[in-house]
Ligand binder design. Structure first.
Ligand SMILES: C[S@@+](CC[C@H](N)C(=O)[O-])C[C@H]1O[C@@H](n2cnc3c(N)ncnc32)[C@H](O)[C@@H]1O
Length: 225
């Protein structure tokens, strides 16, 4: 609970510069990552109901809603949600304040759930995954987009960038400590194999993982059994 309040406060604090810094610090790659995640929703029918968990300022929800799906975006941070509400005002999108640990929806409500760069911030992964499974229809899919420490030639340069460059650039425009937390949270997040096992333990099947941008980001997809 205390932890969720701290996360909410941190994202409320950085909300106004969040999108600008996302595009700048990812060198525009975030548009590509989100489009790959949205592509993995198919062959979902048009008008299907998608919950975009930890929707933040709604950049992923926007890509999904533009493809004709109805999206409910859930987040702890009211300031992040305020931005999503304005940005997606002409799209089939409903922002909703809520916690991943106690989602305000009935069992089996959604055809799919997406969660971009959100699960890493949820320290009780098992509770969040159980809730995600609960609100998914049987056969529905959960898709996560998440950072990973790359395990290849790029690792030293990546670590240098994340530790020394990214927080200092972010600090010029926003709260530097939030961007120091970013790297710590990526280091603490399970590697893809472990996350796949967590999905299986939580009752998902058919796990598929797609590495993007030299393995710095992964799409993790699984189905509710
Ligand atoms: C890094 S941002 C990602 C936002 C957006 N999905 C994106 O791709 O840009 C993480 C978001 O997760 C939200 N969040 C963190 N823990 C949460 C929880 N337990 N329940 C709901 N939202 C949560 C934060 O408020 C924040 O908006």
């Amino acid at each position: 609970m205390q932890e969720s309040l701290q996360i909410k406060a941190m994202f409320d604090n950085i909300a106004s510069k969040y999108d600008f810094l996302n595009h700048l610090l990812s060198l525009g790659q975030d548009f590509y990552w989100r489009s790959v995640m949205a592509r993995e929703l198919y062959p979902l029918r048009e008008n299907s109901l998608v919950c975009d968990l930890a929707t933040g300022t709604g950049d992923s929800a926007k890509v999904i809603a533009k493809r004709g799906f109805k999206v409910i975006g859930v987040d702890l941070s009211t300031k992040m949600l305020d931005i999503s509400r304005k940005k997606l005002s002409n799209l089939p999108f409903i922002p909703s304040v809520g916690s991943a640990y106690e989602l305000p929806f009935k069992d089996e409500s959604f055809d799919a759930i997406t969660c971009s760069f959100g699960i890493r911030n949820m320290h009780s992964y098992d509770i969040a995954l159980k809730e995600i499974r609960r609100i998914l229809k049987k056969g529905g899919k959960a898709i996560f987009l998440e950072f990973t420490i790359p395990q290849n030639f790029i690792k030293p340069a990546y670590e240098f960038y994340m530790k020394y460059i990214l927080p200092n650039i972010a600090g010029l425009f926003s709260k530097k400590d939030a961007y120091e937390y970013l790297y710590d949270s990526i280091k603490n997040f399970p590697d893809p194999d472990r996350f796949a096992n967590m999905l299986i333990d939580a009752g998902f099947v058919g796990v598929k993982q797609i590495p993007l941008s030299f393995g710095t980001v992964f799409v993790h997809k699984a189905f509710r059994f």
